[in-house]
Design a binder for this molecule. Structure first.
Ligand code: ADP
Ligand code: MG
Length: 296
């Protein structure tokens, strides 16, 4: 992780107002880390589906890898959309994150870990088998810590680990929140964007009280924003009223380039490197790195 502080970026602004209505800060160029690890774990969470969790995991991961961070992506949704979005068909895979969670005796992290087309970014894939994990974990001792146990051996080799959660607040998501240092919450700029967010905050609060007192909220990310519609602008304003500074300055616009990139099985930073979407995720990577405290 990089060693920038809040002071570095809050001081400078471009002078213009961003879509969130605040002056747009100028985020510093990230410095590639000289040494790697241990990874900061970020859970991408919203129990609503279709809000941009998977898209953000892929593209933020790729943008972080571009600036020299070693990135581990964890597909923690039995639908396997993260794996698919990286061009991997997860259905025939014999070893997935499920085996690591269940501590299957003959399967090691090396058996599960896959490289991606992005240098410095690897993936722990999942497929439909993961849907059996919640039921099997229920009777385990310390069932909320299964993912933490599974990821532990890998953390020294990465700077950032992004966990793409399934759209639910069930035991798998609780596992992700329990091992994470922080949470990112993508919100679609559409009607009912905030529906369910109170419940999500309550769940995060419970995890903080009972399982992971150091869990932080990195921020809420407005996605699928269409600046041409009054509706999207109003939704973004409502999000700002509710969460203020917790909302990332970076806003992700709605563009068909994202579904196109998913179909191609590539991050947008490779599929269309100079597109607005690629630029936005690079900006998000800079904003995130600027928000995080220097590694201790
Ligand atoms: N900014 C965007 N603009 C347009 N389409 C998007 C955008 N972000 C995501 N999508 C598309 O919306 C759908 C849902 O996004 P996804 O990231 O899979 O959401 P989630 O993981 O929260 O269910 C996908 O088809 C994806 O390609
Ligand atoms: Mg998803």
């Amino acid at each position: 992780m990089t060693a920038t502080t809040d002071a570095t970026w809050t001081a400078g602004t471009s002078g213009s107002l961003g879509p969130t209505g605040r002056p747009r800060p100028v985020f510093p160029d990230p410095i590639p880390p000289e040494e790697h690890g241990p990874a900061r774990i970020v859970a991408m969470v919203n129990q609503k589906g279709g809000v941009g969790k998977t898209t953000t995991t892929i593209n933020l991961g790729a943008a972080l890898a571009e600036v020299g961070q070693r990135v581990l992506l964890v597909d923690f949704d039995p639908q396997g959309a993260l794996s698919v979005g990286l061009g991997i068909d997860p259905r025939p895979l014999e070893s997935t994150i499920y085996d690591l969670l269940m501590e299957e005796p003959d399967i090691t992290t090396e058996d599960v870990l896959l490289g991606t087309s992005v240098e410095g970014m690897d993936l722990l894939p999942s497929n439909i088998f993961l849907s059996g994990a919640e039921i099997r974990l229920v009777n385990e001792v310390a069932r909320e810590y299964a993912l933490q146990r599974a990821l532990e051996p890998l953390l020294p080799y990465y700077d950032i680990c992004l966990i793409d959660c399934q759209p639910s607040l069930g035991l798998l998501t609780v596992n992700a929140l329990t091992c994470a240092h922080s949470v990112m919450i993508p919100l679609e700029c559409e009607f009912f964007a905030l529906r369910g967010v109170a419940l999500l905050m309550e769940s995060i609060g419970k995890v903080q009280e009972r399982l992971n007192k150091n869990l932080e909220i990195d921020g809420l990310l407005a996605t699928m924003y269409d600046p041409r519609t009054l509706h999207a602008r109003e939704v973004l304003q409502t999000i700002m009223q509710g969460f203020g500074d917790k909302v990332f300055h970076t806003v992700i616009n709605r563009t068909v380039r994202f579904p196109d990139a998913t179909l191609a099985g590539e991050p947008i930073t490779q599929f269309d490197p100079s597109s607005m979407g690629a630029t936005a995720y690079r900006e998000l990577a800079r904003e995130l790195l600027a928000r995080w405290p220097a590694r201790v």
